[in-house]
Design a protein around this ligand. Structure first.
Ligand code: ADP
Ligand code: ZN
Length: 684
């Protein structure tokens, strides 16, 4: 085995650990055997047996079996007799009584053959009184006594050993190195891709992300022609961090880099460093960099780096995680340690930039941050094109239309839609996939599986229809709300009884009016139930949750409340976990203002829906009839939307796609679903 280099922090050498564990296990095993060992059995001679046990009538039973040409006889003593003093040597230990009520045998003796044994017993008992029962041996056909020994002793041992090996295997990464994997625990688990093990993902497989591609390509260029840059006195960056929400193609991009750059590529995930043994993470980091230096120029890619890169010392209240901190420290040390000219570049991916330790982000470590956002309209079209390519499509399928219907989808979700569509078409035995299959797939990705036979009573269905119609009406007649594109009351998934899909404009900033309108739209469902049935249901829980969060954000974070003023209590650094950064009076004021705001929103929505109650009823009834309504159906019933405001869909499909280049982002705060701005919502 290789020695783990140990300079400063000396990790407990794994070998030492293993040895002791082995010894402990074996000792423990013997201990158990002893503890549960069957009763004390004594060997006696026949004459003693006859005189002291057989004739006094103490024998419960005799069991005889053949063993190596002899007959071995086991003597079981009657339970009540066992308590007597003369049997105290062979009395069962309390432990064995725990294990089974069956005790014995207490004595054994051997005879040359069964004939002799029978003869002897007969003779011995000839003169017993008539009423005393005669004892006869039960002959048992026991196989090799070794088998018994094997089952009772070796088998458990083997099972334990097998389990142990399995555990060690898995901890050691299970790279197929057999039992030796235990000793590789301090080795890095990075997967190496080089000339032999080609990955065939190229930049062509990554749609959009042009800026990110240019950035990473430049890094690849550093590796290939370092002279070009160093000649001018520039320093080559050591690392780049890919930041973005899940499923936006960070891993894909890194793999493409590996495919494009013809340099070796180490790929691993942040959690690969983490292990239950102290010091293993740090030693894996050392090993990784050692390997990388040997292969330089090369690229190391660490996915989900937040697993080890979290800010240190933040949860020290909870006891912290020293092992993770050690690992991170080691990573920092290694990043400082390799010179810029060494030709090792570190790429890492995360979706939680905010939790990363500042030390990781400072220049000289991850000098560059490449942000990868959810794709915009055009980006989605490109991604659709990539994933549509291998599919058999009907003529009508249009990536443009699909991308307009999937606002807020990340690349992974688009890939999922394409795959689902293919599965749906296959289930219907179609020769090609048409637009309807894609519609179904999008619904399914948004809302979960359609529950055809989920039983909903007609009353409930009516409530759902009016609730969704309420959202739709509010969205239609509020200037700054996102117009609805589709509303469905087909039950889906576990919770969703219906849902409405909106097409937001892709934008960065939101005005007070926009937030208020979107709150009203979200409130529409509850208000519609209220004015139609004078009764409300639990269906609005999700809506109310969003409204409450948004109301608190407006009041306490965005400074949009007159009384509270232009203050923001957002704790972006997470410093004050356990106390509020404001006084109790302010807390009360905020609560009060939030209540006022929500009450005002409710009144305004109620007024609006009462004004448009005709439309509400028409939409709800139409929904009950058709279950799914599109924007065009709404237009038919309600007339054109009274605002100039065109939707992204209009803009794109009807030409003039100028907003296309703007990436879509969430509000700068983790608002739940970001009621107004985010795209697609499933609700109810
Ligand atoms: P992340 O690492 O950002 O969470 P992944 O790179 O694992 O996301 O992406 C998951 C899948 O989504 C990819 O395998 C790919 O099929 C699809 N995907 C994501 N972004 C893109 C993109 N820009 N172009 C093509 N496919 C993409
Ligand atoms: Zn709702």
């Amino acid at each position: 085995m290789k020695k783990i280099p140990s300079k400063k922090v000396t990790p407990v050498p794994p070998k030492f650990n293993m040895m002791w564990l082995w010894i402990l296990i074996i000792l423990g095993f013997f201990g158990l055997q002893y503890f549960f060992s069957s009763d004390n059995t004594e060997e006696i001679t026949y004459s003693k047996f006859e005189k002291e046990i057989l004739l006094p009538g103490d024998v419960e039973k005799l069991v005889a079996f053949k063993s190596n040409d002899l007959v071995e006889v086991e003597v079981y003593i009657k339970k009540d007799k066992l308590k007597e003093d003369r049997y105290k040597d062979v009395a069962p230990s309390p432990n064995s009584l725990l294990l089974s009520p069956e005790v014995g045998p207490q004595y054994t003796f051997t005879e040359p053959s069964d004939v002799i044994l029978n003869e002897k017993l007969k003779n011995s008992q000839a003169n017993l009184p008539e009423d005393q029962p005669r004892i006869e041996p039960h002959y048992e056909n026991r196989s090799n006594p070794w088998a018994g020994w094997f089952i009772s002793f070796m088998l458990p041992l083997l099972i334990i050993v097998a389990i142990w090996m399995l555990l060690m295997r898995r901890m050691g990464g299970g790279a197929g190195t057999g039992g030796g994997a235990i000793f590789n625990i301090g080795k890095s688990k990075a997967q190496l891709f080089d000339k032999e093990s080609q990955i065939n993902i190229t930049f062509n497989d990554v749609a959009g992300l042009e800026e990110a591609k240019t950035e990473v390509m430049e890094i690849v260029d550093f590796l290939k022609n370092p002279k070009k840059y160093t000649d001018l006195g520039g320093k080559i960056p050591k690392g780049a961090l890919l930041v973005g929400p899940p499923g936006t193609g960070k891993t894909l991009l890194a793999k493409a880099v590996a495919g494009e750059a013809q340099v070796p590529f180490f790929s691993l995930s942040g959690s690969d460093f983490v292990e239950m043994f102290v010091g293993v993470g740090a030693s894996r980091v050392r090993d990784l960099f050692k390997q990388a230096k040997e292969k330089a120029p090369c690229i190391i890619f660490i996915d989900e780096i937040d697993a080890i890169g979290r800010a240190r010392g933040k949860n020290s209240v909870m006891g912290g995680n020293d092992e993770r901190e050690n690992t991170l420290n080691q990573l920092l040390v290694e990043m400082d340690g390799f010179g810029t000219n060494l030709g090792v570049i570190l790429l890492a991916a995360t979706n939680r930039l905010d939790v990363l330790d500042q030390a990781l982000l400072r220049p000289g470590r991850f000098d560059r941050q490449i942000s990868i956002d959810k794709p915009d309209l055009i980006g989605r079209e490109h991604i659709f094109n990539v994933h549509l390519k291998p599919l058999k499509l009907a003529e009508e399928v249009d990536a443009k239309k699909l991308s307009a219907q999937t606002p807020g989808f990340a690349g992974a979700e688009i890939a999922n839609v394409c795959n689902e569509a293919a599965l749906i078409a296959a289930r219907k035995n179609k020769a090609s996939i048409n637009m309807q299959d894609f519609q179904d797939a999008i619904d399914r990705v948004i809302g979960g599986l359609e529950k055809k036979n989920k039983i909903i009573s007609p009353e409930e269905k009516k409530i759902v229809a009016y609730h969704e119609a309420g959202h739709a009406i509010a969205g239609w007649f509020l200037e700054f709300a996102d117009p609805l594109v589709k509303v469905s009351i087909v039950p889906r998934g576990v919770a969703a009884l219906g849902y409405a899909q909106y097409l937001p404009k892709e934008q960065f900033l939101y005005t007070t009016e926009q937030l208020l309108d979107s709150m009203c739209m979200t409130m529409g469902g509850r208000v519609a139930e209220d004015i139609t049935f004078s009764r409300i249901s639990t269906g609005a829980q999700n809506d109310l949750e969003r409204i409450t969060k948004l109301a608190y954000a407006m009041t306490a974070v965005y400074g949009m409340n007159d009384k509270v003023g232009n203050v923001s209590f957002r704790d972006s650094a997470g410093e004050t976990q356990f106390q509020k950064p404001y006084s109790d009076q302010t807390a009360e004021l905020i609560d009060q203002e939030v209540r006022n705001l929500i009450a005002a929103v409710y009144d305004r929505t109620k007024q609006l829906l009462l004004d448009k109650q005709d439309g509400l009823i028409k939409i709800a009834e139409k929904l009950l009839e058709k279950e799914i309504l599109f924007q065009s159906d709404l237009e038919e019933i309600l007339g054109k939307r009274p605002f100039e405001n065109r939707t992204a869909y209009d803009e794109f499909v009807n030409g003039g796609a100028d907003g296309g280049g703007v990436p879509q982002t969430d509000l700068p705060l983790d608002l739940p679903q970001d009621s107004n701005n985010n795209d697609t919502k499933s609700e109810e």
